[in-house]
Every structure is written in structure tokens, then in C-alpha cells.
Write a protein that binds this ligand. Structure first.
Ligand code: FAD
Length: 418
């Protein structure tokens, strides 16, 4: 069984993110950083692994809490002024701007954490072309985007993938996700290259990965959030990228025992992280993949009993006593459902008016990697500008007496309000 369906014909674009754009347009599979990345029209493949709605996205990793006033939606069908699909850098900046324009805002993302491609694919890489930073690590940029984006208290729904777009009897938009419905007057689609979902182990005669779905959050993980869960446990980490390395090092002091397997001997992680893991107590086995996961019934439901791994060169099998399986196999991006919403699609993205970010549907704007117009550049910097434009025109759409031009934020009071 392959660790992640590796196809020898795939293009390795770890150092060339421009190829993602080409892949997005062509709907082909490419490999990025430690992740394999696939654009697909099959919604089943993009099913989010985490399906928890989180209204207080404050994590263990020091994401700033001060000054955040998270808005708790009063009811499931509360009408919002602006709903942003996508919690990447573009969506977060859009949430800030819409909040500063005094709109009630909701962010929905299919992933269990904010930050889009930056958090999922290159949190440890330095970015050199974001205004205001000579250089900044991906995860540090996202921490700042979260602090800025959440300061006006948007409702944040994570682990929810938006599947359909409709209108209700009052003419408001209704977005349906795998968890429920969201009513909104305007929408900013900041969906990047599509809904992200962690890649799961592939099916094989020995293993049906669907059987692991019920264990997500108890003994199968795609994200590490609450470190205590892993205390004194036997862990198996699968993957050879930055996430695998970070989690191996982060959990080493807590876990009883960590084994890390990777299907080859080439790493897709920062050299320094790899060196630290190799010099630690983590039992690293290259050319190893998962063969089978045996489950056992316990008082609190099903749990992992042991995991059989195998050496993909010698075929030798080893049975490991494992409590928790952490899979760092990359992400699948799925733009599929958005194509069915009646939006004008161009080159795999959404066609917009470049002056307003308006799509062909009234009150719906697109920004960031998903937006298409003549001369479009897919950069974090351009996504920020497009998000600001979309949010300001969304404000003007809801309230035509309010100008699209927001005025200068420096002339507002400290809270950013007039
Ligand atoms: P994304 O970051 O893709 O976020 C979109 C979010 O929307 C995702 O979290 C996704 O899960 C969510 N979503 C999509 N569809 C749905 C749905 N239906 N329901 C719910 N949620 C949904 N750019 C630079 O400017 N400088 C760089 O140095 C740089 N380096 C890069 C290095 C790599 C390896 C890669 C891969 C990219 C790099 N980029 C860089 C590009 C940059 O990351 C993107 O331009 C940027 O992330 C786009 O932001 P976004 O918010 O528009 O989309």
C-alpha cells in the first residue's frame, strides 16, 4: 500500500508554487511540499475529516486571544451581512475589512484550522513578498492575519464544507454545508484552490480506511490541537513533511513512545527539523508504509489495537503497539461544488469584475486565488487587496447610501470604528 497514492508521473512542485495555478486550471494532481494535492470534482473525496463547528478558534499555539470578541450566532439560521467562504489569508483579511465596515461576518472553512494553503502546506517556510514584513514565517503571518481578521468578532465555522448555494423567500443567500445552513445577505468567496481536506490512507485489500473515520478525534488525527490527548501514548506518525516533523518534536516530551514512518528516504521538511527529529528519541523508519490497522472494542467504543507497517523494499512486516495514529499525508483540494452555483467559471476559478470583485451573481464577490480577471496574479498580497475591495463593495451592496470607499482607517478611533 502506498503511503499516499504516489504517482511517478506527478510533478514535484515543492519549490514552484506557480504550478499550482496551472494544476488548478487543468484539474490535475500535483505534489506540493510534504503534501499531495489533488483537484477533484468528486465531493466525496473532499469530505472534511473534522466536522466540528468551532465558534472560538483559539488554539493551543499561541494564537492571540486578547481583543477578540467572537460573536456567537444567536441561532443556526441567523442572517449575516457577509459570509466569507474560506479562512485563508484572503478570507481573514476580508473578515477584518467587513468587520471594520460594521457588517456582521461569518467565516466558513472546510478545514479544522484557519490559514488556508499557508497553514496547511508551508507553515514553516519564510515568505518574503508580503507588505510590512521583510520576511515572515507562514505560521507567523497567519497568526497575525487571525489576530487582525477576528478582532471584530466574526462567527467562525471550521470543519464545514460549503456544498450548495440557494436563495430563500426573502432573497437572502442560503449556503448549505455538511453541518447545516447559513443565511447571508452577501458572500465573499475566498476559496483559494478549493476546499481542503486531509488526505486519508488509500484503500487496499488489507485496509478499509473508512473504518478509521469513527476514530477521528480519539485515536486517529490529521491535526494536533490538544497536546494532552497524546500524553503517555504510543504514537505512530505517518509522513515526511514539516507537519510530521513539527508534531514529532512537539509531542516527543509528552508521548510514551513515537514511531515516525515515511515511504522513502527523502524528506519534504525543513532540514533543521529533520535533523532534530533524527537526533531525538523518535523511532524513525524510512521506506516504511502502513499495511493494516487492527481495531479493538473498548468500553468507550472502538480503538486502535495495533498497526502493521512494512518495509517497501524488503516487504518485511512489523506489528506495532499503537494507541494513536497521526496522519500527515497532505491535503486534497476540491473546487467541485462551487462550479455548480451558477457562477461564471473561467480557467478553473470564478470570473469577477476586477474593479469591484463582483461575480455575475448580485451580492457575491470572489477574491484571492479563486478570483479570475485579466492579468490576475495569485499572490497573498493581491488577495489582500481583492478582499478589501470585495468587502467594501459588499457593504455598498447592502447599504447603497454607504460609500464603497471606506475612508482611512487611521482617521478612525482605536477600535477601527468611526
Ligand atoms: P487559500 O489559502 O487556498 O485558502 C482558501 C480556503 O478556503 C482553504 O482553507 C479551503 O479549505 C477553503 N475552502 C475552499 N472551498 C471551500 C468550501 N466549499 N467550503 C469551505 N471552505 C472552503 N504566495 C505569496 O504571495 N508568496 C509566497 O511566497 C508564496 N509561497 C507559496 C508556497 C507554496 C508551497 C504554496 C503552495 C503557495 C505559495 N503562495 C505564495 C501562494 C499563496 O499561498 C496563495 O496565493 C494564498 O494562500 C491564497 O490565499 P486564499 O485565501 O485566496 O486561498
Amino acid at each position: 500500500m502506498s503511503e499516499n497514492n504516489h504517482n511517478p508521473n506527478e510533478t514535484d512542485i515543492s519549490e514552484n508554487p506557480e504550478l499550482i495555478e496551472a494544476a488548478a486550471a487543468a484539474d490535475e494532481m500535483v505534489e506540493i511540499s510534504d503534501a499531495e494535492f489533488q483537484l477533484t470534482d468528486n465531493p466525496a473525496e473532499g469530505e472534511p475529516a473534522q466536522s466540528e463547528t468551532i465558534v472560538e478558534p483559539i488554539d493551543e499555539d499561541g494564537v492571540p486571544k486578547e481583543g477578540m470578541h467572537i460573536h456567537h450566532a444567536e441561532s443556526a439560521d441567523e442572517l449575516f451581512d457577509c459570509t466569507i467562504i474560506g479562512g485563508g489569508p484572503t478570507g481573514l483579511y476580508g473578515a477584518f475589512y467587513a468587520g471594520m465596515r460594521e457588517m456582521s461576518v461569518k467565516i466558513i472553512d472546510s478545514l479544522g484550522e484557519l490559514g488556508g494553503q499557508v497553514s496547511a502546506l508551508y507553515p514553516e517556510k519564510y515568505i518574503y513578498d508580503v507588505a510590512g514584513f521583510a520576511q515572515v514565517k507562514g505560521k507567523e503571518l497567519i497568526a497575525s492575519c487571525i489576530e487582525q481578521g477576528l478582532q471584530f468578532g466574526p462567527t467562525v465555522c471550521l470543519g464545514e464544507k460549503v456544498e450548495t448555494l440557494d436563495k430563500d423567500a426573502e432573497g437572502n443567500y442560503v449556503l448549505t454545508t455538511n453541518k447545516g445552513k447559513h443565511r447571508t445577505k452577501t458572500i465573499i468567496i475566498a476559496a483559494g484552490v478549493g476546499a481542503f481536506a486531509p488526505r486519508k490512507l488509500p484503500k487496499s485489500p488489507e485496509l478499509n480506511p473508512d473504518l478509521l473515520d469513527d476514530l477521528e478525534g480519539s485515536s486517529v488525527f490529521y491535526f494536533v490541537k490538544d497536546l494532552d490527548t497524546f500524553k503517555d501514548k504510543n504514537l505512530l506518525i505517518v509522513g515526511g513533511g514539516d507537519s510530521a516533523m513539527d508534531w514529532a518534536m512537539g509531542l516527543e516530551p509528552l508521548a510514551k513512545n513515537i514511531t515516525l514512518i515515511h515511504r522513502r528516504d527523502k524528506w519534504r521538511a525543513h532540514e533543521d527539523s529533520v535533523r532534530k527529529v533524527l537526533n531525538s528519541s523518535v523511532d524513525v523508519r524510512v521506506f516504511h508504509e502502513v499495511k493494516n490497522v487492527e481495531l479493538a472494542d473498548t468500553n468507550s467504543g472502538s480503538a486502535i489495537q495495533n498497526v502493521t507497517i512494512y518495509d517497501n523494499k524488503t516487504k518485511e512486516e512489523t506489528k506495532l503497539d499503537i494507541d494513536i495514529l497521526i496522519m500527515c499525508l497532505g491535503f486534497i483540494a476540491n473546487i467541485g461544488p462551487i462550479k455548480e452555483w451558477g457562477l461564471e467559471i473561467a480557467e478553473g476559478g470564478i470570473s469577477v469584475d476586477s474593479g469591484t470583485m463582483q461575480t455575475n451573481l448580485p451580492g457575491i464577490y470572489a477574491a484571492g486565488d479563486i478570483a479570475r480577471f485579466k492579468g490576475k496574479l495569485n499572490l497573498i498580497a493581491t488577495g489582500f487587496g481583492e478582499a478589501a475591495t470585495g468587502a467594501n463593495y459588499a457593504k455598498n451592496y447592502i447599504d447603497p447610501t454607504s460609500k464603497a470607499f471606506p475612508g482611512h482607517s487611521s482617521e478612525k478611533d482605536e477600535a477601527g470604528h468611526k
